[in-house]
Design a protein. Structure first.
Length: 348
Protein backbone atom coordinates (compact mmCIF):
# COMPACT_ATOMS: atom_id res chain seq x y z
CA UNK A 1 0.00 0.00 0.00
CA UNK A 2 2.80 2.41 0.95
CA UNK A 3 4.67 1.74 -2.32
CA UNK A 4 1.55 2.28 -4.44
CA UNK A 5 0.71 5.51 -2.63
CA UNK A 6 4.25 6.82 -3.14
CA UNK A 7 4.02 6.31 -6.91
CA UNK A 8 0.34 6.87 -7.72
CA UNK A 9 -2.54 9.00 -6.46
CA UNK A 10 -4.75 6.32 -4.89
CA UNK A 11 -8.46 7.16 -5.17
CA UNK A 12 -9.80 4.00 -3.55
CA UNK A 13 -8.95 0.39 -2.82
CA UNK A 14 -10.80 -2.79 -1.92
CA UNK A 15 -10.16 -6.44 -1.14
CA UNK A 16 -10.63 -9.17 -3.72
CA UNK A 17 -10.06 -12.91 -3.71
CA UNK A 18 -6.59 -12.22 -5.15
CA UNK A 19 -5.70 -9.54 -2.62
CA UNK A 20 -5.89 -5.75 -2.69
CA UNK A 21 -6.96 -3.88 -5.84
CA UNK A 22 -6.36 -0.15 -6.16
CA UNK A 23 -8.09 2.55 -8.18
CA UNK A 24 -5.59 5.27 -9.05
CA UNK A 25 -5.81 8.63 -10.78
CA UNK A 26 -4.90 8.76 -14.45
CA UNK A 27 -1.86 11.01 -14.91
CA UNK A 28 0.71 11.93 -17.54
CA UNK A 29 1.43 8.81 -19.61
CA UNK A 30 5.22 9.04 -19.36
CA UNK A 31 5.00 9.45 -15.59
CA UNK A 32 2.60 6.53 -15.23
CA UNK A 33 4.82 4.31 -17.39
CA UNK A 34 7.92 5.11 -15.35
CA UNK A 35 6.18 4.74 -11.99
CA UNK A 36 4.63 1.40 -12.93
CA UNK A 37 8.04 0.18 -14.07
CA UNK A 38 9.45 1.04 -10.62
CA UNK A 39 6.50 -0.71 -8.97
CA UNK A 40 6.94 -3.84 -11.10
CA UNK A 41 10.63 -4.14 -10.28
CA UNK A 42 9.96 -3.57 -6.59
CA UNK A 43 7.18 -6.17 -6.48
CA UNK A 44 9.25 -8.74 -8.36
CA UNK A 45 11.68 -8.84 -5.43
CA UNK A 46 8.74 -9.60 -3.12
CA UNK A 47 7.37 -12.36 -5.35
CA UNK A 48 4.42 -10.43 -6.79
CA UNK A 49 3.41 -9.14 -10.22
CA UNK A 50 1.44 -5.88 -10.52
CA UNK A 51 -1.12 -5.46 -13.29
CA UNK A 52 -2.34 -2.02 -14.43
CA UNK A 53 -5.47 -1.92 -16.58
CA UNK A 54 -8.58 0.13 -17.28
CA UNK A 55 -12.00 -0.92 -16.06
CA UNK A 56 -14.47 1.47 -17.59
CA UNK A 57 -12.85 4.87 -17.24
CA UNK A 58 -10.92 4.02 -14.07
CA UNK A 59 -7.29 2.88 -13.86
CA UNK A 60 -6.89 -0.20 -11.66
CA UNK A 61 -3.78 -1.84 -10.20
CA UNK A 62 -3.92 -5.34 -8.78
CA UNK A 63 -1.30 -7.85 -7.68
CA UNK A 64 -0.87 -11.55 -8.34
CA UNK A 65 1.61 -14.04 -6.99
CA UNK A 66 4.74 -14.50 -9.11
CA UNK A 67 4.40 -17.98 -10.64
CA UNK A 68 6.82 -20.65 -9.54
CA UNK A 69 9.36 -20.99 -12.35
CA UNK A 70 10.42 -24.55 -12.95
CA UNK A 71 13.83 -25.42 -14.29
CA UNK A 72 13.91 -25.42 -18.06
CA UNK A 73 14.05 -28.80 -19.76
CA UNK A 74 17.51 -28.38 -21.25
CA UNK A 75 17.50 -31.96 -22.57
CA UNK A 76 14.58 -31.14 -24.85
CA UNK A 77 16.34 -28.00 -26.07
CA UNK A 78 19.54 -29.99 -26.69
CA UNK A 79 17.72 -32.74 -28.61
CA UNK A 80 15.89 -30.22 -30.79
CA UNK A 81 19.16 -28.42 -31.49
CA UNK A 82 20.89 -31.68 -32.49
CA UNK A 83 17.92 -32.61 -34.69
CA UNK A 84 18.07 -29.17 -36.33
CA UNK A 85 21.82 -29.52 -36.92
CA UNK A 86 21.12 -32.82 -38.69
CA UNK A 87 18.27 -31.49 -40.85
CA UNK A 88 20.21 -28.33 -41.72
CA UNK A 89 23.31 -30.33 -42.65
CA UNK A 90 21.18 -32.72 -44.72
CA UNK A 91 19.67 -29.74 -46.53
CA UNK A 92 23.12 -28.27 -47.15
CA UNK A 93 24.46 -31.60 -48.37
CA UNK A 94 21.59 -32.11 -50.84
CA UNK A 95 22.04 -28.55 -52.11
CA UNK A 96 25.77 -29.13 -52.45
CA UNK A 97 25.26 -32.37 -54.36
CA UNK A 98 23.06 -30.56 -56.86
CA UNK A 99 25.51 -27.68 -57.18
CA UNK A 100 28.45 -30.06 -57.63
CA UNK A 101 26.65 -31.86 -60.45
CA UNK A 102 25.97 -28.57 -62.24
CA UNK A 103 29.48 -27.19 -61.80
CA UNK A 104 31.06 -30.42 -63.02
CA UNK A 105 29.60 -29.56 -66.41
CA UNK A 106 31.64 -26.33 -66.31
CA UNK A 107 34.75 -28.06 -64.90
CA UNK A 108 34.58 -25.93 -61.73
CA UNK A 109 36.03 -27.66 -58.60
CA UNK A 110 33.55 -28.05 -55.75
CA UNK A 111 33.82 -29.86 -52.38
CA UNK A 112 30.39 -31.15 -51.43
CA UNK A 113 31.04 -31.85 -47.74
CA UNK A 114 32.80 -28.57 -46.95
CA UNK A 115 30.06 -26.59 -48.71
CA UNK A 116 27.40 -28.45 -46.71
CA UNK A 117 29.26 -27.54 -43.51
CA UNK A 118 29.42 -23.88 -44.58
CA UNK A 119 25.68 -23.90 -45.29
CA UNK A 120 24.99 -25.34 -41.85
CA UNK A 121 27.30 -22.94 -40.02
CA UNK A 122 25.91 -19.93 -41.88
CA UNK A 123 22.24 -20.67 -41.20
CA UNK A 124 22.72 -21.81 -37.59
CA UNK A 125 24.89 -18.77 -36.85
CA UNK A 126 22.18 -16.42 -38.13
CA UNK A 127 19.51 -18.12 -36.01
CA UNK A 128 21.75 -18.43 -32.96
CA UNK A 129 22.69 -14.74 -32.96
CA UNK A 130 19.02 -13.86 -33.51
CA UNK A 131 18.06 -15.71 -30.32
CA UNK A 132 21.04 -14.22 -28.47
CA UNK A 133 19.65 -10.78 -29.27
CA UNK A 134 16.39 -11.78 -27.57
CA UNK A 135 18.28 -13.13 -24.55
CA UNK A 136 20.18 -9.87 -24.10
CA UNK A 137 16.94 -7.91 -24.28
CA UNK A 138 15.30 -10.14 -21.65
CA UNK A 139 18.27 -9.86 -19.31
CA UNK A 140 18.14 -6.08 -19.68
CA UNK A 141 14.51 -6.11 -18.54
CA UNK A 142 15.15 -8.42 -15.59
CA UNK A 143 14.32 -11.76 -17.17
CA UNK A 144 16.20 -15.04 -16.94
CA UNK A 145 18.44 -16.63 -19.53
CA UNK A 146 16.32 -19.26 -21.28
CA UNK A 147 17.47 -21.71 -23.91
CA UNK A 148 15.98 -21.47 -27.40
CA UNK A 149 14.11 -24.39 -28.95
CA UNK A 150 15.33 -24.85 -32.52
CA UNK A 151 12.75 -26.15 -34.99
CA UNK A 152 13.97 -28.83 -37.44
CA UNK A 153 12.35 -28.88 -40.88
CA UNK A 154 12.55 -30.83 -44.10
CA UNK A 155 14.97 -29.84 -46.90
CA UNK A 156 15.70 -27.58 -48.64
CA UNK A 157 15.45 -25.21 -45.65
CA UNK A 158 16.31 -27.56 -42.82
CA UNK A 159 14.81 -25.37 -40.10
CA UNK A 160 11.99 -22.94 -39.35
CA UNK A 161 14.13 -20.98 -36.91
CA UNK A 162 13.91 -21.11 -33.14
CA UNK A 163 11.63 -19.99 -30.33
CA UNK A 164 12.17 -19.10 -26.69
CA UNK A 165 9.37 -20.09 -24.34
CA UNK A 166 9.48 -17.04 -22.09
CA UNK A 167 8.05 -17.27 -18.59
CA UNK A 168 8.34 -13.52 -18.04
CA UNK A 169 5.39 -11.27 -18.87
CA UNK A 170 6.61 -8.02 -20.52
CA UNK A 171 6.17 -5.07 -18.18
CA UNK A 172 5.11 -2.51 -20.79
CA UNK A 173 5.11 -1.74 -24.50
CA UNK A 174 8.69 -0.46 -24.33
CA UNK A 175 9.81 -3.95 -23.33
CA UNK A 176 7.70 -5.47 -26.11
CA UNK A 177 9.39 -3.18 -28.64
CA UNK A 178 12.86 -4.11 -27.37
CA UNK A 179 11.98 -7.80 -27.38
CA UNK A 180 10.56 -7.72 -30.89
CA UNK A 181 13.35 -5.72 -32.53
CA UNK A 182 16.44 -7.11 -30.74
CA UNK A 183 16.47 -10.57 -32.33
CA UNK A 184 15.81 -9.56 -35.95
CA UNK A 185 18.40 -6.78 -36.00
CA UNK A 186 21.07 -9.09 -34.53
CA UNK A 187 20.27 -11.90 -36.96
CA UNK A 188 20.03 -9.46 -39.88
CA UNK A 189 23.56 -8.15 -39.33
CA UNK A 190 24.97 -11.69 -39.31
CA UNK A 191 22.88 -12.61 -42.36
CA UNK A 192 24.45 -9.67 -44.21
CA UNK A 193 27.94 -11.01 -43.51
CA UNK A 194 26.98 -14.57 -44.47
CA UNK A 195 25.30 -13.35 -47.67
CA UNK A 196 28.32 -11.22 -48.59
CA UNK A 197 30.79 -14.09 -48.35
CA UNK A 198 28.21 -16.40 -49.92
CA UNK A 199 27.87 -14.21 -53.00
CA UNK A 200 31.65 -13.89 -53.18
CA UNK A 201 31.92 -17.70 -53.30
CA UNK A 202 29.13 -18.04 -55.88
CA UNK A 203 29.75 -18.12 -59.61
CA UNK A 204 28.15 -16.83 -62.78
CA UNK A 205 27.17 -19.23 -65.53
CA UNK A 206 26.38 -18.42 -69.17
CA UNK A 207 22.77 -17.46 -69.76
CA UNK A 208 22.07 -20.22 -72.28
CA UNK A 209 23.32 -22.90 -69.87
CA UNK A 210 21.31 -21.44 -66.97
CA UNK A 211 18.20 -21.42 -69.17
CA UNK A 212 18.71 -25.06 -70.11
CA UNK A 213 19.17 -26.01 -66.44
CA UNK A 214 15.97 -24.16 -65.50
CA UNK A 215 13.95 -25.79 -68.30
CA UNK A 216 15.13 -29.24 -67.23
CA UNK A 217 14.28 -28.51 -63.58
CA UNK A 218 17.88 -28.83 -62.40
CA UNK A 219 17.79 -25.34 -60.89
CA UNK A 220 15.02 -23.09 -59.65
CA UNK A 221 14.77 -19.43 -58.79
CA UNK A 222 15.04 -18.47 -55.14
CA UNK A 223 13.31 -15.21 -54.17
CA UNK A 224 16.18 -12.89 -53.30
CA UNK A 225 15.69 -10.44 -50.40
CA UNK A 226 16.09 -6.83 -51.48
CA UNK A 227 19.34 -6.40 -49.55
CA UNK A 228 21.00 -9.32 -51.38
CA UNK A 229 19.88 -7.93 -54.74
CA UNK A 230 21.52 -4.61 -53.81
CA UNK A 231 24.60 -6.44 -52.55
CA UNK A 232 24.97 -8.35 -55.81
CA UNK A 233 24.77 -5.11 -57.81
CA UNK A 234 27.37 -3.44 -55.58
CA UNK A 235 29.84 -6.29 -55.93
CA UNK A 236 30.13 -5.56 -59.64
CA UNK A 237 28.41 -6.46 -62.87
CA UNK A 238 29.03 -9.89 -64.35
CA UNK A 239 27.86 -11.59 -67.47
CA UNK A 240 25.58 -14.54 -67.08
CA UNK A 241 23.31 -15.76 -64.30
CA UNK A 242 24.37 -16.00 -60.66
CA UNK A 243 24.42 -19.56 -59.32
CA UNK A 244 24.26 -19.20 -55.55
CA UNK A 245 26.66 -21.21 -53.44
CA UNK A 246 25.24 -23.15 -50.46
CA UNK A 247 26.66 -20.47 -48.14
CA UNK A 248 24.84 -17.76 -50.10
CA UNK A 249 21.63 -19.80 -49.97
CA UNK A 250 21.94 -20.04 -46.18
CA UNK A 251 22.18 -16.25 -46.02
CA UNK A 252 19.13 -15.85 -48.26
CA UNK A 253 17.10 -18.36 -46.24
CA UNK A 254 18.17 -16.62 -43.03
CA UNK A 255 16.91 -13.31 -44.41
CA UNK A 256 13.62 -14.85 -45.59
CA UNK A 257 13.06 -16.42 -42.15
CA UNK A 258 13.80 -12.99 -40.65
CA UNK A 259 11.22 -11.41 -42.97
CA UNK A 260 8.54 -13.96 -42.07
CA UNK A 261 9.33 -13.49 -38.38
CA UNK A 262 8.95 -9.72 -38.80
CA UNK A 263 5.41 -10.04 -40.11
CA UNK A 264 3.01 -8.47 -37.59
CA UNK A 265 1.24 -11.68 -36.61
CA UNK A 266 0.52 -13.17 -33.18
CA UNK A 267 3.61 -13.61 -30.98
CA UNK A 268 6.17 -13.38 -33.77
CA UNK A 269 8.74 -10.61 -33.41
CA UNK A 270 6.71 -8.44 -35.77
CA UNK A 271 3.66 -9.13 -33.61
CA UNK A 272 5.52 -7.79 -30.56
CA UNK A 273 6.49 -4.63 -32.45
CA UNK A 274 3.01 -3.93 -33.83
CA UNK A 275 1.40 -4.62 -30.45
CA UNK A 276 3.71 -2.02 -28.92
CA UNK A 277 2.97 0.55 -31.64
CA UNK A 278 -0.78 0.06 -32.20
CA UNK A 279 -3.26 -0.28 -29.35
CA UNK A 280 -6.40 -0.83 -31.44
CA UNK A 281 -7.14 -4.58 -31.74
CA UNK A 282 -9.07 -4.18 -35.01
CA UNK A 283 -6.27 -2.26 -36.71
CA UNK A 284 -3.74 -4.89 -35.65
CA UNK A 285 -6.00 -7.64 -37.03
CA UNK A 286 -6.28 -5.91 -40.43
CA UNK A 287 -2.49 -5.54 -40.59
CA UNK A 288 -2.04 -9.22 -39.66
CA UNK A 289 -4.43 -10.37 -42.41
CA UNK A 290 -2.58 -8.30 -45.02
CA UNK A 291 0.71 -9.78 -43.78
CA UNK A 292 -0.58 -13.33 -44.17
CA UNK A 293 -1.49 -12.45 -47.77
CA UNK A 294 2.12 -11.40 -48.38
CA UNK A 295 3.35 -14.63 -46.79
CA UNK A 296 1.23 -16.68 -49.25
CA UNK A 297 3.27 -15.18 -52.09
CA UNK A 298 6.46 -16.56 -50.54
CA UNK A 299 5.35 -19.84 -49.00
CA UNK A 300 1.73 -21.08 -48.71
CA UNK A 301 2.81 -23.53 -46.00
CA UNK A 302 4.31 -20.68 -43.97
CA UNK A 303 1.15 -18.63 -44.47
CA UNK A 304 -1.01 -21.46 -43.12
CA UNK A 305 1.25 -21.64 -40.08
CA UNK A 306 0.83 -17.89 -39.57
CA UNK A 307 -2.97 -18.27 -39.77
CA UNK A 308 -2.79 -20.94 -37.08
CA UNK A 309 -0.82 -18.60 -34.80
CA UNK A 310 -3.14 -15.70 -35.57
CA UNK A 311 -6.26 -17.71 -34.67
CA UNK A 312 -5.07 -19.91 -31.81
CA UNK A 313 -2.13 -18.01 -30.28
CA UNK A 314 -3.31 -14.44 -29.61
CA UNK A 315 -0.85 -11.88 -28.34
CA UNK A 316 -1.17 -11.38 -24.56
CA UNK A 317 -1.09 -7.84 -23.16
CA UNK A 318 1.83 -6.52 -21.08
CA UNK A 319 1.43 -5.90 -17.36
CA UNK A 320 0.94 -2.20 -18.09
CA UNK A 321 -2.09 -1.98 -20.38
CA UNK A 322 -2.65 1.74 -19.87
CA UNK A 323 0.40 3.39 -21.45
CA UNK A 324 1.80 3.26 -24.96
CA UNK A 325 5.37 2.90 -26.15
CA UNK A 326 7.64 5.84 -25.33
CA UNK A 327 8.24 8.46 -28.03
CA UNK A 328 11.89 7.57 -28.62
CA UNK A 329 11.19 3.88 -29.10
CA UNK A 330 8.17 4.64 -31.26
CA UNK A 331 10.29 6.66 -33.70
CA UNK A 332 13.60 4.76 -33.65
CA UNK A 333 12.09 1.30 -33.19
CA UNK A 334 9.46 1.96 -35.85
CA UNK A 335 12.09 3.10 -38.36
CA UNK A 336 14.33 0.10 -37.63
CA UNK A 337 11.38 -2.27 -37.97
CA UNK A 338 10.24 -0.78 -41.28
CA UNK A 339 13.82 -0.79 -42.63
CA UNK A 340 14.38 -4.44 -41.70
CA UNK A 341 11.05 -5.45 -43.23
CA UNK A 342 11.88 -3.68 -46.51
CA UNK A 343 15.49 -4.90 -46.71
CA UNK A 344 14.44 -8.52 -46.06
CA UNK A 345 11.49 -8.39 -48.49
CA UNK A 346 11.89 -11.25 -51.02
CA UNK A 347 11.87 -9.92 -54.56
CA UNK A 348 9.97 -11.83 -57.29
Amino acid sequence: MIKVQSLFAVKDYYLTSDGVEYIVAEEDEDKMRENFLLLARFCQELGYIPKMFKYGKEVHIKFIRYPVIQDQKWKRAALLFLATVCTVFLSGYLLSLGTAKLLSELNVPFNTTSQAVLYSLGLLLILGVHETGHMISKLKWGGRTELPYFIPFIPPWGTLGAIISSRKIPINRDELMDLGISGPIAGFLVALIVSFFGIMTSCYVPGDIAKRWAQSGEVSELPMPLVTVIMEKMLGSHEGVLLLSPLAISGVIGLIITFLNLLPVSQLDGGHVIYSLIRDDRKRMVISIISVGLAFMISPAMALLLIFFMVFVPHPPPLDECTGVSRGRRIIGGLIYASLLIMCLPMP
